[in-house]
Design a protein around this ligand. Structure first.
Ligand SMILES: Cc1ncc(COP(=O)(O)O)c(C=O)c1O
Length: 392
């Protein structure tokens, strides 16, 4: 019989494909009882064996077996050294930002998630840390914005909602010449379709609320690091922040993760059909979708991803059409968030990007007639019929 110390020993499962990795996890099952569904260790503290002897577990803010199983599965999927599961995507962003010190500078994507901008504007600035937003698809622009005190680049690719794709390898090569850490928010594609660490990025972050957990029922975030040194630093920072994911939410995320591969395939094939439909509809002015061969960054997408994902943005002809569309849409739900099994549509200008001024929104292309669609895993014909009736 194996004993509890086996919780710290796991098979890295590098020999397996990603669809096997996500199903079978790190330990995969409880080594003590053999339970196939990894147990929820709903405990805050652990009995010590003796003065200098312990079970490798002490207190759940620092370590918990259920959270460990989720973290290790994420690290295996992304090819990282260690992962940290935290209470939301924003907690993941905040944890990584603690790597910056006063008087340092960070570059972030121009149409990065609004919460990340808020973290830079409201928190970093008060701590004496500067930031700039830049279009990471334009490497010359990135070069121009690097300062002597730039220490981090935080990029999203594809971006939200304009679906711009940045070349991770090119950016990492440039950043490393200047001693800059590259962080990629990989929420949209997940480690199933895109592995930034293998293209030179140093850290990957997720809103695991989205595709990782996948069912619109749990808030979670993940940070995956490449080195032992980064892991040690973030372990200490996270112990202070106290943002560790609860055992129950870790279990929900782990359960969701098991079906990541099959969900991503369905999101992706549905999105491809929906994007084609939208492109040919007379009331749709433009469709932003990374799977189109004429997408300006298509070659970069082909180089660094193995799938296109489930996100589409599209612009309608008039505000009147937008209002009618949002009123009539029925199967697809008008709601924020993305990456769950249910298809959701949102209006970035009035919902997710309200903190961005109209002038900047227009510069980025986030017009009042732009909608963002997170294509779920329902039947694609049903989704297209719903879009059709709402547009017609
Ligand atoms: C790309 C991206 N990163 C981070 C976040 C923040 O995640 P959470 O809502 O889990 O805090 C979001 C949320 O929408 C997101 O879309």
């Amino acid at each position: 019989m194996k004993n509890f110390t086996n919780y710290t020993v796991y098979d890295k499962k590098e020999k397996y494909h990603d669809d096997t990795k996500v199903v079978r996890g790190a330990l995969g099952h409880d080594p003590v009882t053999g339970a196939i569904s990894f147990p929820i260790f709903q405990a805050t503290t652990y009995r010590h064996i003796g003065i200098k002897e312990n079970t490798n577990f002490n207190y759940s803010r620092i370590i918990n077996p259920t959270r460990e199983e989720f973290e290790r599965t994420m690290a295996i999927l992304d090819g990282g050294y260690k992962a940290f599961a935290v209470t939301s995507g924003m907690a993941a962003v905040s944890l990584v930002l603690t790597m910056l010190k006063s008087k340092e500078h960070i570059l972030i994507s121009d149409d990065v998630y609004g919460g990340t901008v808020r973290a830079c504007e409201n928190t970093l600035k008060t701590m004496g840390i500067e930031y700039n937003q830049v279009d990471f698809t334009d490497i010359e622009e990135v070069k121009k914005n690097i300062k002597s005190n730039t220490r981090m680049m935080l990029i999203e690719t594809p971006t939200n909602p304009m679906m711009k794709v940045a070349d991770i390898e090119e950016i990492a090569n440039l950043a490393h010449k200047h001693g800059i850490t590259v962080v990629v928010d990989n929420t949209f594609l997940t480690g199933y379709y895109q592995k930034p660490l293998l293209f030179g990025a140093d850290i990957v972050i997720y809103s695991a609320t989205k595709y990782i957990a996948g069912h619109n029922d749990v808030l979670a975030g993940v940070v995956v690091v490449k080195t032992e040194e980064q892991a040690e630093y973030l372990k200490n920072q996270n112990a202070v922040l106290g943002a560790s994911l609860s055992p129950m939410d870790s279990w929900l995320a782990l359960r969701g993760l098991k079906t990541l591969a099959i969900r991503m395939e369905k999101h992706s094939s549905n999105a491809f059909k929906v994007a084609e439909f939208l492109r040919h509809h007379p009331k749709v002015k433009k469709v932003y979708y990374v799977g189109f061969e004429d997408h300006p960054n298509y070659l970069v997408t082909k180089k660094q991803t193995t799938g296109f994902g489930g996100m589409i943005s599209f612009e309608l002809d008039t505000m009147e059409t937008v209002n009618k569309f949002l009123e009539k849409i029925n199967l697809i739900l008008f709601a924020e968030s993305l990456g769950g099994v249910e298809s959701l549509v949102t209006h970035p200008a009035s919902r997710t990007h309200t903190e961005v001024t109209k002038e900047i929104r227009e510069k980025l292309g986030i017009s009042d007639t732009l909608l963002r669609l997170s294509v779920g895993i329902e039947n694609s014909e049903d989704l297209i019929n719903d879009l059709k009736q709402a547009l017609d």
